[in-house]
Design a protein around this ligand. Structure first.
Ligand code: CO
Length: 206
């Protein structure tokens, strides 16, 4: 290994620290994961899922992409949801956006380029849907932050309407879908008061 030695050094110390407090940790984890949560978050480097909610490896199943989107034709995201719901039987799916999201900003300002522009199309649709409410705000960062929240709400709706989640609810599987937003300015999570636990509750999402 000729490069990035410091990352391997960090990794060795990290594993040692965990083993110090729990010598069998990795042996136990190697046998199975015990994830109760699926986290769908933004790829932004300031949003490390495990650290934000302070859990150890094995406790949270993670999917991240730019602007935490759940698109019904995205095989990557859908496969993650399917594995989490059908195999791991997670009890919670958390869609977590963040204020000041660059993807949301690019969608609002129309600055996405190439394939990224296609990816952000869904946020542009959310913007169009709520344009009067968003444009009524004077401050650009307030506009972006409101669209960040509305985007999370839309993605929660998208998770709830996947055939995977629909099928799980129909079979009586215990599964809640949550909408959260993270504030990169103070490190705190905010619950958007969205907790959908059945198909009947989808219509209550604003
Ligand atoms: Co982001």
């Amino acid at each position: 290994m000729r490069v990035l030695k410091h990352l391997f050094e960090n990794n060795r110390k990290w594993a040692e620290n965990i083993k110090k407090s729990d010598p069998d940790f990795f042996t136990r984890r190697a046998k199975q994961q015990d994830a109760e949560y699926l986290w769908i978050g933004c790829s932004d480097s300031r949003l490390p899922a495990m650290e934000i909610v302070d859990v150890l490896p094995g406790q949270i199943f993670v999917h991240r992409n730019i602007a935490n989107l759940v698109i019904q034709t995205d095989m990557n995201c859908l496969s993650v949801i399917q594995y989490a719901v059908s195999v791991l039987k997670v009890k919670h799916i958390i869609v977590c956006g963040h204020y000041g999201c660059g993807g949301v900003q690019a969608a609002i300002e129309n600055t996405g380029d190439g394939v990224l522009d296609n990816w952000l199309m869904q946020i542009k649709n959310v913007y169009q849907k709520h344009q009067a409410k968003i444009d009524a705000l004077k401050n650009t960062s307030d506009k972006i932050d409101l669209l960040c929240e509305l985007n999370v709400i839309q993605q929660v709706r998208n998770v709830c309407t996947t055939t995977i989640v629909q099928k799980a609810w129909k079979a009586g599987q215990e599964l809640a879908v949550h909408g959260w937003i993270y504030n990169i300015r103070d490190g705190l999570l905010k619950d958007l008061d969205l907790c959908v636990t059945s198909s009947a509750e989808i219509s209550e999402i604003q």
